[in-house]
Design a protein around this ligand. Structure first.
Ligand SMILES: Nc1ncnc2c1ncn2[C@@H]1O[C@H](COP(=O)(O)OP(=O)(O)OP(=O)(O)O)[C@@H](O)[C@H]1O
Ligand SMILES: [Mg+2]
Length: 254
């Protein structure tokens, strides 16, 4: 390939729109919203700055009709964020519009726990059912380049993770990584090893290290802070390391 051809290819790549990363897990409380906001912050902070472009390279989006990302975003002055955020409240079409914007590099989408699934749907059938949330989910699944499935050391989150992967992601051919969240470092490694074994037995790709459980994350939501803004401390650095780790892991998987 000549240099000119190489440059032409690079231009073609640069002209394409963003990669969509969706954070999805049927079980509530596994950390979808926390991961979305903080991954967007870690990733947005690492973006190449292009001063003539208004649109941030990274977008955090929420499709929850309840607007859970909105509550958090209300606490934050928008100019302080290293990413843009977008709340669709379940309206279809808004996210697809981002697809053709070459300034956008990554769109990270928070999804609601989809409670209205049809547990009796036959294998191969779409279990998402008919609802506004289901339609919004189908749109992001259509756009998704990669899914992050958070799971916790608590076994209650395991079966919903498996359902999400086997019934929602695999049939659509969406690549995914399982991410262990809410590992309490004070608990030692027993519970952590158990969940790692469970994931590995299913040959699911996973992030090597967990996202640790720190109070600072839970408080941050109230304070409208992201992981890149935590007041400097050992814990803040470890919390940030976990999310930086995830950002790297995602980039490798894309
Ligand atoms: N690594 C962590 N350390 C400490 N607290 C965490 C961590 N991850 C999530 N949390 C807390 O756990 C709770 C649930 O997290 P979050 O709201 O992100 O889950 P979710 O999957 O989005 O839930 P839902 O399905 O209800 O939208 C929140 O109070 C959040 O602050
Ligand atoms: Mg949430």
């Amino acid at each position: 390939m000549t240099l000119a051809e190489k440059q032409a290819t690079n231009v073609a790549v640069a002209a394409t729109g963003p990669k969509f990363i969706i954070v999805i897990q049927q079980k509530g409380g596994a950390g979808k919203s926390t991961i979305t906001v903080n991954l967007a912050a870690a990733s947005g902070r690492s973006s190449v700055m292009q001063n003539d472009i208004e649109d941030a390279a990274v977008v955090a989006a929420g499709i929850d009709p309840q607007g859970s990302l909105e509550g958090w975003a209300d606490q934050v002055p928008e100019e302080a964020l290293p990413f843009d955020y977008l709340v669709t409240r379940g309206k279809v079409g808004i996210l697809s519009e981002l697809r053709d914007n070459p300034s956008r590099k990554r769109v990270i989408v928070d999804t609601p726990g989809f409670m209205e699934i049809d547990p009796d749907a036959a294998w191969g059938d779409d279990p998402l059912g008919e609802s506004r949330v289901a339609d919004a989910l189908r749109e992001v699944l259509e756009l998704a380049d990669l899914a992050i499935v958070p799971i916790t050391p608590e076994w209650l989150s395991w079966a919903p993770a498996e359902f999400t992967i086997e019934r929602i992601l695999k049939p659509r051919g969406i690549p995914f990584i399982v991410v262990i969240n809410l590992h309490d470092p004070r608990d030692g490694d027993t519970a952590l090893d158990k969940v790692k074994t469970w994931i590995d037995q299913r040959s699911y790709p996973r992030m090597a290290d967990p996202i640790r459980k720190y109070k600072i994350h839970a408080h941050a939501a109230e304070d409208g802070l992201t992981v890149v803004e935590y007041k400097e401390s050992g814990t803040a650095l470890r919390a940030r390391e976990d999310l930086m780790n995830l950002a790297l892991c995602v980039e490798q998987a894309l």
